[in-house]
Design a protein around this ligand. Structure first.
Ligand code: UDP
Length: 464
């Protein structure tokens, strides 16, 4: 048992965890939040992220180290191809992560554990080469983990047949074809991403811990029914503490932004709007909508005659119809990026039109905001099913045969969530889930207990 001297800072009693996210906004956010949560419990936490994203990190509670994906100037955009990027990150990332571990070897707090994004299974190999603990962190729902884990273990075979729907998967509700992740519906659509999703399980038997950003009440059954192959501990929602338990002082944002948020402008504008009158629209950091889809959405927002705050990333501005901005000046604000949590928390927000990325879904649930799901690809389709049918905190906009959500559908969905018959029920459920998310991460909650268990094992292994 090591003796702590009075000079030993409390923050350094529990070993040293290096956290390695996949370098996109939807992955950096939850992993950085986990690092901050560990730091708040006395563990030294360092985030190791790519040269291209390292300057976006602003979280004084955690250390920061750059590693290389081989595209130090432009990241994924420089690589352009998924397979090339994934391979390059593996070879360059393994080397540079090793260097980070070596850098701390002769310090008072050498690295004891690597918490890595499940998209980066090579980081577990690096941890094991150095004799360290390794913990895999899944950033998507337990439902999605369940599905891909079964495919990896041959318990579910691809391609699934549309005639065999609904798909019956233990622990999950019956899934129709349009509820399935894109890579399951159309395995050939993106072989590199499908391979990455399956690779998450390739060496998982060597991991000392598996974490998932979800919580017991939300998805306990979905996780348990695959726990033999995937014994994941549910530790979410990884949303800044100020919006949930409030135990981490001043924790109002994730501490990373790949684009500059127009926070002041959004809040100033929202302040002038009546309570629960504004529709907030965001498709996250990756989705690109076609001009046709943008036109339909624009028409729908205009004709619904509601106030709206729409995040249109700079790369998407060209697709926004020319007539739109001028003719909706009175009703709407368009920004290139915002602080989504600050917006969702604002009393003027009445509904969240979302692409159903997992972080956005958890944020909507945690802040109790009713949602209109307009999922585009990957896991978003399955998340949308849960939003509408299982948690009943919103509705899902239906696409036509061309895969486009038409303006009439948008108007109908907004009505249902903002003022329709179902809106009262949806609002009630949204508040119920908000309370349950808060309980999970508060002291003694299911997620908090799982995090404490991890922290205690790290602390005791350091002491022994
Ligand atoms: N986000 C933000 N500002 C915006 C739009 C999105 O801060 O204007 C954040 C949002 O809060 C979430 C993340 O970006 O944490 C997006 O992650 P998500 O999983 O929802 O979608 P992805 O971008 O991975 O598709």
């Amino acid at each position: 048992m090591s003796q702590l001297t009075s000079a030993t800072p409390k923050k350094e009693v529990g070993g040293h965890v290096v956290v390695v996210p996949y370098p996109s906004q939807g992955h950096i956010n939850p992993l950085l939040q986990f690092a901050k949560r560990l730091a708040s419990k006395g563990i030294k936490a360092t985030i190791a992220t790519t040269h291209y994203t390292v300057s976006s990190i602003c979280a004084p509670q955690v250390g920061v180290e750059p590693i290389s994906d081989g595209f130090d100037q432009g990241g994924f955009a420089e690589a352009k191809r998924e397979d090339l990027y994934i391979e390059s990150f593996k070879s360059n990332g393994s080397k540079t992560l090793s260097q980070v571990i070596k850098k701390y070897l002769d310090t008072s707090n050498p690295v004891s554990c690597i918490v890595y994004d499940s998209f980066l299974p090579w980081a577990l190999d690096v941890a094991k080469q150095h004799g360290l603990y390794g913990a895999s962190f899944f950033t998507n729902s337990a439902t999605i983990c369940n599905i891909f884990c079964r495919i990896h273990h041959g318990l579910l075979t691809l391609p699934v047949n549309i005639e065999d729907m609904p798909l019956l998967v233990p622990g999950l509700p019956p899934l129709n074809f349009h509820d399935l992740p894109t890579f399951v519906r159309f395995p050939q659509s993106n072989p590199a991403y499908l391979a990455m999703k399956l690779n998450q399980y390739s060496n998982l038997d060597k991991a000392d811990w598996i974490f998932d950003n979800t919580f017991e009440e939300l998805e306990g059954e979905e996780a348990r029914s695959v726990s033999q192959q995937w014994p994941g501990k549910l530790i979410g929602p990884m949303v800044p503490s100020a919006y949930l338990d409030g135990r981490i002082k001043g924790d109002k944002g994730y501490g990373s932004s790949l684009w500059k948020p127009l926070s002041g402008e959004c809040i100033e504008w929202l302040e002038t709007k009546p309570e629960k009158s504004v529709v907030y629209i965001s498709f996250g950091s990756m989705v690109s909508l076609t001009a046709e889809q943008m036109e339909e959405l624009a028409q729908g927002f205009k004709e619904s005659n509601l106030h709206f705050l729409w995040v249109v990333r700079a790369s998407q501005l060209d697709q926004l119809p020319k007539w739109f901005t001028d003719s909706t000046k009175e009703k709407g604000l368009i920004v290139s990026w915002c602080n989504q949590l600050e917006v969702l928390e604002h009393k003027a927000i009445g509904c969240f039109v979302t692409h159903c990325g997992w972080n956005s879904t958890l944020e909507g649930l945690s802040l109790g905001v009713p949602m209109v799901g307009v999922p585009q690809w990957a896991d978003q389709l399955t998340d949308a099913k849960y939003i509408e049918e299982i948690w009943e905190v919103g509705v899902r906009a239906k696409e036509d045969d061309k895969g486009i959500v038409r303006k009439e559908e948008i108007i109908k969905c907004l009505k249902q969530v903002m003022e329709g018959e179902r809106s009262q029920e949806i609002k009630k459920n949204a508040i119920k889930w908000k309370k349950s998310a808060k309980k999970a991460v508060s002291e003694g909650g299911s997620s908090d207990k799982n995090i404490d268990e991890f922290v205690n094992s790290l602390m005791s292994s350091k002491d022994n």
